[in-house]
Write a protein that binds this ligand. Structure first.
Ligand code: ASP
Ligand code: MG
Length: 415
């Protein structure tokens, strides 16, 4: 007995048959005596479809209109799910974020949630209704519709769980659990029964693609137990995401991931003076471009080369900003390398355990894979390698850190 938030992603609600299947999963929780709040994503790839449509009209869609457009996908799936629950004989009501009162900052396309009103939710729950909420969207205090960034329904779910003090937040998806690597190219990937928020957050950031990073950040901040599980195998407990203090740490590395969506940009022969890095990265941050790995090396003649990575979607804006900075600084040239992938190992167990980085480099060397750049944090080490060797690199690291599951079942293959 308690409040349970369940979130279903696009693949789980991709067609009417799957929506009926989701209705069953929701009703199962409800029949167990729980109060159930469901968050849905848009059906299948409908958000991509809407974005493409906008692209056929204009290359520079207005941010506000983009939110008006792409927030509509979730309105469709929430209404259909409520109908499917009715059809099965149970009470349900669907609500848009504006009707619930999911307040966000006044930023389009990547707004953060500021507050979630609970009055309306509590009223419906007290009337024993199942509530279906549109994920991914919010409303500003001025009444404008916003969206939370791609994949943001996970964050909607966690925010609702926090506001309602839910006992659980279950994220239903098309894989059975979180794995030590992507099973699509690492057949021996093993299932994680538990993973800590900080590890999951790093894994989400380095391209594991299971959860929206902000959902994990919020769950961590408010200590909401989150579970990743399959909407097609309802009895499978999936993976529990909890605080590191509640976890048993028995190995240094818990996951290996590849991110193939970054590009490396180098600005060559910038003067070796104080304030130069501040000017380059200040200009980028003012334009909301987040920079990932950075490396600076000393060239001859008091000049440095500075290289860094950004997401490929930010490439064009980065280059135009950088060109201006380059001219002002009198730097020689800007060089772009598209042929990169960032390979990362993540594990809370690497804290205070020396030699992990060395083992990583060794594993790559054994495969004759060249490292183009290195970055480390407390629980993560990332290397840039050639794009086409990315998967091979991940498999080599997966074995090196003894994550291979020789009996890996076929269950992990995407449904
Ligand atoms: N429908 C949105 C997207 O495709 C939000 C989500 O799926 O979480 O990004
Ligand atoms: Mg998603």
């Amino acid at each position: 007995m308690g409040i349970v938030v369940q979130k279903f992603g696009g693949t789980s609600v991709a067609d009417s048959k799957k929506i009926k299947n989701v209705a069953n999963a929701v009703i199962k929780e409800y029949k167990n005596g729980n109060q159930v709040v469901v968050v849905v994503s848009a059906m299948g790839h409908s958000t991509d479809y809407l974005i493409n449509l906008a692209g056929e009209i204009t290359q520079k869609p207005d941010n506000r209109e983009m939110d008006m457009l792409i927030s509509s996908g979730e309105q469709v799936s929430m209404a259909l799910l409520a109908m499917a629950i009715h059809e099965a004989g149970y009470p349900a009501v669907s609500l848009l974020a504006s009707q619930v009162g999911i307040l966000t900052e006044s930023v389009h396309n990547r707004a953060r949630i500021i507050d979630v009103k609970t009055e309306k939710l509590e009223k419906h729950l007290s009337e024993n209704k199942i509530i279906v909420v549109a994920g991914f969207q919010g409303i500003t205090k001025e009444g404008e519709i916003t969206t939370l960034g791609r994949g943001g329904s996970d964050t909607s779910a966690v925010a609702l769980a926090v506001a309602l003090k839910a006992d659980r937040c279950d994220i239903y998806t098309d894989v059975r659990a979180v794995y030590t690597a992507d099973p699509r190219y690492v057949p021996k990937a093993s299932r994680l029964e538990q993973v800590s928020y900080i590890e999951m957050l790093e894994l989400a950031r380095v391209g594991a693609n299971v959860l929206h990073p902000r959902s994990v950040e919020t769950a961590n901040q408010f200590n909401v137990p989150m579970r990743v599980r399959s909407s097609f195998y309802l009895d499978d407990p999936g993976t529990l995401i909890i605080g590191v203090e509640d976890m048993e740490i028995y190995r240094p590395v818990n996951g290996v991931a590849a991110d193939k969506s970054q590009v490396r940009i180098a600005i060559l022969k910038v003067p070796d003076q104080p304030g130069i890095a501040a000017r380059i990265f200040g200009a980028l941050s003012k334009n909301n471009i987040s920079v990932d790995m950075i490396i600076q090396s000393l060239e001859e003649d008091n000049a440095n080369n500075i290289a860094f990575t950004v997401d490929e979607t930010d490439l064009n804006s980065t280059l135009s900003i950088l060109e201006e900075v380059r001219m002002n600084l009198g730097a020689k040239e800007i060089v772009v390398d598209n042929d990169i992938a960032k390979i990362s190992i993540v594990g809370a167990g690497m804290i205070d355990r020396p030699g992990i980085a060395a083992s990583m480099f060794e594993a790559l060397a054994e495969q004759n894979i060249n490292i183009k750049m290195i970055a480390t944090s407390e629980i993560k080490i990332s290397c840039l390698v050639e794009k086409e060797r990315a998967h091979e690199a991940v498999r080599a690291l997966h074995s090196k850190f003894e994550l291979d599951d020789e009996n890996a079942e076929a269950d992990k293959v995407k449904l």
